[in-house]
Design a binder for this molecule. Structure first.
Ligand SMILES: [Zn+2]
Length: 266
């Protein structure tokens, strides 16, 4: 059975279950109730975020996805083994070069999560609604799900250029990358901060403490801090972005990725 068939099978089996769990959806379409956006994601510099005008189409998917095969299985985090991992060709080649360069300097990095289809996002978001509604009640649960994860079409992971990176020293029960990636000052994270741009990668959701709860909520990205979440935008743009922030670090006038991309695309 190939990956596509397995994925389809999982979606087919899980769809009605998840829909039932969400409570108010009666269609077998796992994405029923979610509205498609209008944006195509081909341009490496496209903006994808919580604004309606920056929401990806349900029908858009990358055309040049490359799957991490068995010979690259040592690049996948143990917790993510068994889940198909893929990136667009350029981002895939770049991450391999980046991980190899890190390794030469003694740092072992792993892919924890990479491409997510629109349907994957529907499945994930429904499970979040179900989880948090069970905990906080229907309305508050939906609100929390929206703040802590991306609704379908709003995830940079759909672009096929974005991945979550983890390291062996991050050890929570499921191996999911957590704040400890940065909070423990993992040397691998510091390496990424200094070097990822040379391979075209940038950090999408930097730290801020705009709600003063020390969890890193950033009003400018509208996400909590995600030290594991890196997006490929090409070496030229990534280096320019890195340099601007480096020069700004003394004045504090830093710039977040979407602000940078909107200037480039203007
Ligand atoms: Zn991510």
């Amino acid at each position: 059975m190939n990956l596509k068939v397995i994925t389809l099978l999982v979606l087919t089996l899980a769809g009605p279950l998840m829909a039932a769990a969400a409570g108010d959806v009666h269609s077998s379409d796992i994405c029923a109730g979610f509205e498609s956006g209008n944006v195509a994601g081909d341009n490496l510099l496209v903006i994808v975020n919580k604004d309606n005008e920056n929401k990806l189409q349900r029908s858009w998917a990358p055309k040049d996805l490359v799957y991490f095969k068995n010979d690259k299985s040592d690049m996948i985090s143990p917790a993510a083994k068994g889940v198909p991992q893929a990136l667009r060709k350029e981002a895939y080649n770049a991450v391999i070069a980046m991980f190899e360069a890190a390794k030469r300097e003694g740092h072992t990095l792993y892919v924890h999560s990479s491409y997510r289809s629109y349907e994957d996002q529907c499945l994930t978001f429904r499970s979040k609604i179900s989880k948090w509604s069970g905990k906080f009640g229907k309305e508050a649960g939906l609100d929390y799900a929206r703040k802590s994860s991306a609704e379908p079409g709003r995830s940079q992971h759909q672009l096929g250029t974005t991945l979550d990176i983890t390291v062996a020293s991050v050890k929570n029960s499921s191996g999911v990358p957590t704040f400890s990636f940065e909070m423990t000052r993992a040397k691998e994270y510091i390496w990424l901060q200094e070097n990822a741009h040379r391979f075209g990668y940038v950090l999408s959701y930097p730290w801020a403490d705009d709600d003063h709860d020390k969890l890193g909520y950033n009003n400018r990205t509208r996400y909590y801090y995600e030290p594991w979440h890196w997006r490929y935008i090409g070496v030229e743009a990534a280096t320019d972005f890195y340099e601007r922030n480096r020069q700004a670090s003394t004045s504090g006038a830093n710039i977040v990725l979407d602000e940078y991309l909107s200037r480039l695309l203007r």
